[in-house]
Design a protein around this ligand. Sequence first.
Ligand code: GAP
Length: 460
Amino acid sequence: MAKLENLDKIVNLSKTRGFVFQGSEIYGGMGNTWDYGPIGVELKNNIKKAWWKRFVQESDNSFGVDAAILMNSRVWEASGHTASFSDPKMDCKNCKTRHRADNLIEEYNKKHDIEMPVDSMSKEEMYNYIVEHQIKCPNCGKCDFTEIKNFNLMFSTKRGVTDDNQDVIYLRPETAQGEFVNFLNVQRTTRAKVPFGIAQIGKAFRNEITPGNFIFRTIEFEQMEHQFFCKPEDSEKFYNEYKQKAWDFAVSVGLNPEHIRFKDHDKLAHYAKAACDIQYLFPMGWSELNGIHNRSTWDLSRHQEFSGKSMQYLDPITNEKYIPNVVEYSIGCDRLVLAVLCEAYDEETLEDGETRIVMHFAPHIAPYKVAILPLQKNLSEKAKEIYKQIQKRFMATYDDAGSIGKRYRRQDEIGTPYCVTIDFDTLENGTVTVRDRDTMKQDTIKIEELANYLQQKLDA
Ligand code: GAP
C-alpha cells in the first residue's frame, strides 16, 4: 500500500472510478450517506460472499438468517439499547456544533501521546478533563462546552394506520438481536447441537453524533455478525478461536498483518467476560475494524426474561437444560471495504517515468476478474465473442475506448487482475495476450485454454 496521509485519494478514486458516490448527490448530498457504484457494489458483494463462505459455507455448525430490520420494541428493551445505547454528547456554546466528549479526549490524548482509557470515565470525569486540559472545539477552537448528556443513537419511527394511534419502533442499531431472537428457531429447524453459530449480514442504523471519515462511521451501514452459542465453561476457548478466525479473515481479504492488531477493551460491560477489537492502521490512525466479545448468557437470559419464553437449550445426550453462552464476532462491512481500499491503493513509478495508480485487490474480491480489450475496433467482433464466453464464468468487463495503455491504466485503477488483449494474432493463430495487473507481465494463451488459465490463476 502507498503511504496515505488521509482519505482524500481514496475518496477521489472512489468517485471517479465508481466505487462510492456521495448519497443523494444531485440534491447536495445527505450527510454521511454513501452510495456504492458499479465497481464498489462488486467489491462489497465479493467481501460479503467471502465472509459468508468462511463463516457459514465452510463451517460445519453455523447457519445463516436474514431477520427483519424492524423488530418488536421489546427487543430493544431486553437488549438494553432503549435505556443505554447512547454516546456522551456536548455542544459548543460558541459555534453550536455537537461533539462526542470521549472522542474529543481521545483525539487530544493521541496528539499529546497520553495513554489513558477513556471508556471507563464517567460523564463528570470527562467534563472535568476537558476543562482542565482546555480541549478545544475542533470547529471554532474555543473551549466553551455545555455539560455532557447521554444521546441515544437509535433512529425511531412510528408504526400505525391512524395518526392518533401509533407505536414508536426503531431501525435496528445492530443485526445481532435478529440472531438471538431466532436462536431456538434455528436450533429446532436445523437440529443443531450446541455449540453452533448463527450468522447474518444486514443493514444497521445509528444516529451517530460524529459520523465521518468517509465510509468509516456512517449513520446507515452493513454489519456481518456471527453469534456462537456454547456451554458457558467452553466460552473462553471459543472466544480465543473466534479471535483467530477474525484475524485470519481480515488477512484473507488482503489486509497486511502488520497493519492490524488486537486491542483489548479497557472497560467491560457488566455481563461480558472478555472483549477485544481488531484495529486497522487507517490513514487517520489505528481504529476499530471489528469486535469479538464473550457476552456470557446475558443476551438469551434477557430475551427469556422480557419475552416470557424459555431460551433454554436441552442437551439431547445429558438431558441438561441451560441457557448457552454467546461469543460474538461483529464486523462492519463498509469499514472493511474502506480498509481494503486503503490497503490495495498503490502508486507505482513505471520505467518510462509515468506513475500508475493500481489497486492490488486479492483476486477473489476484485470487482472484475478480467477485462477484454480489442487492440483495435475492427477486432471487436472476435473480442465480443470471447467476452460472451468469458462472462459466463467470470465477472468481466469490455473496453474498446482509447489507447491500450490508457485502458490498462483504467483497469489497474479498479484492480482488475487480468486484461485479455485481442490482436491480429487472435485472428491468425487463435491466441490472446493475458496481462497480469501486478507484474504487468504478459502470457500468450490459446483462446480455448483461456477460461481454465484464468481459473487456475484466480484459484492460486
Ligand atoms: N453487535 C455488536 C455491535 O454492534 P459494535 O462494536 O457497536 O458492536 C460492530 O459494532 C462493528 O460494526 C464495528 O466494529 C464496526 O466495524 C461496525 N460499525 C459500528 N458502528 C458503525 C458505524 N456508525 N458506521 C460503520 N460501521 C460501524
